[in-house]
Design a protein around this ligand. Sequence first.
Ligand code: 5GP
Ligand code: ZN
Length: 137
Amino acid sequence: MEDCIFCKIVREEIPCYKTYEDENVIAFLDILPLSKGHTLVVPKKHFKDILEISDEELCTTMKALKKITDHIQRIYKPEGIVIRQNNGEKAGQSVFHIHFHIKPVYNGTTVVSEVNHRREYSKEEMESIVKDLNMLN
Ligand code: 5GP
Ligand code: ZN
């Protein structure tokens, strides 16, 4: 895509701190990292989000993601790792070329928790939702 910033990175029209590349996927350091080693894993082909990407491209990207995550764990030995992927502006997506964040978490890294924003749903609400979303038959 002409104007997409990650497509420009893929085409090497703008620079990045690249850590991984294969035929289908690249990974580079986030320009505004949460922590040391915060990496973005990006399919080279342009897809906007999880709804648009093909199963095949997603699987290929996931395999690279796992490999890169293992590597970061081995090198930096963080206490934990957050994998995050935002879809849509309301969900926090700011670059509309699908990407996965690998965010190493160390002692002192601030991880924003959503736990205080959750609430229990009533039995009736849960039953209604499970009826709406049931894919079992
Ligand atoms: P999103 O908010 O869409 O989930 O994540 C986009 C990420 O891309 C942000 O964390 C942001 O810091 C990063 N980012 C935006 N522009 C650039 C860029 O030009 N280069 C790099 N390396 N990262 C970028
Ligand atoms: Zn793109």
